[in-house]
Design a protein around this ligand. Sequence first.
Ligand code: CU
Length: 501
Amino acid sequence: MLSRRSFLLSTLAASTALPTLAHSQNATPRADDAPPTVLRLERRSVEVNGKPASVFGIRQPNGTFGIRTEVGKRFRVRVENGISEPSLIHWHGLTPPWQQDGVPGVSGPPIPPGGSADYDFPLRFGGTYWMHSHWGFQEQLMMDAPLIIRDERDRADQQEVIVMLGDFSFRSPEQIFEELRKGDAMPPMAGMPQATPAAAEMKGMGQGKEMMAPKSGSMSGGMPGMATGVGKPDLNDVKYDAFLANDRTLADPEVVKVEPGGRALLRVINSASMSAFHVDLGPLEGELIAVDGFRIAPVKARRFPIAVAQRLDIRLAIPRAPAAHPVLAKLEGENKQTGIVLVAGGAQVARMPGEASMASPALTLDLESRLRALSPLKPRKADRVHTINLTGEMTGYRWSLNNVAWTKGTAPLALAKGERVELVLINKTMMPHPMHLHGHEFQVVEIDGKRFPGAVRDTVLVPPGRRVVVAFDANNPGHWAFHCHLLYHMEAGMFATFRYV
Ligand SMILES: [Cu+2]
């Protein structure tokens, strides 16, 4: 078993310049250094549907899941691997030096059982982020936690409520992946005509007038998961046993006391491996003030879509009358739901069913097309454009980018320091793909040919048949992952890297 020291040395061997790992090399910390926050990777038990389940967790020694810190501070963390297998934690949405990004085989080696790794970098911006393992299928087993960076948006008179969404199966992730590969659910062939989710768009929550891709030939014949009609997207190809909010189902939801007449900030994190939701506030109107941590011109609504790995910051004014206010998350395309309950005053909490009376529609880009960044990128012509087709093959659940299923030997995509880069993401498949870029925030600048100064974020949904363009500045040299955040798509090869120095 590797010691922590040999892990650090092997990290060093992988790279010549590691200024930000300097702290871990110091035998004695400087006097002005606070000790690092320790995060322990651990096994733990949770109860789901009345049955015990062994999952993972990321906790501080005092029991706190994840980290809550402040903008301007350094992110000084020691991760201790207390499980019996290797692991490595990715700080989703942060922009660390690339060696500290936590992607095994790209950023550095995994932490062996019993080992630890140190992290130290400045926090440039605040917001709602999260952390999760990038090793194997550990994310499906809840190796994830909130990563909250407070900034001027946080107010003393505002109660923070974190809602971490998840999908859960009593089957092992390996078994789930095996079932997918055997063809219980198969993506369409690359290059085949693509149907569009027109029906779902019509039923969509928003009334946006966005462009739709033209409807073309149906792929639904013989496609599992598509029996409900022509032209619908293929959603939810893993059948889960439960959907969780803060580790719990609606049979026994988390109940959070809030102040009647007070303010709350919901920090919703979709840490599910494969499931997108509609956050449903019932009769309450919320104000969406940030996506993926970054501020937007506020949008008021009662329902907000959230794709896998995305975050929503929603301000709520709690009514004065005593009442229970469920905050539900409804699985897209189905009637399954999960959530928590906000209780103001002495109100009774009524039992809520885990299934809604109606199925939710698929997520659309209606909201995305209406979001406007409060701090957009400086307008600038792209120095480099990468067109990235989101692709899939018929056999064996093979997902890919530009028809390449990533392996360690796949060449990185090129870019150069200082460039404005645009990624043209074209979904040639029947499934929606939430695409995530590591180490950089990007701005959504185009949907289906229409340019607009959209949200700055780190994960964008590309529904079937749609074309989404994101722009970013190549200002953080290194070797970075870019991938679909659906866990089994990523594992199947829907993954690429960028490398520049
Ligand atoms: Cu995908």
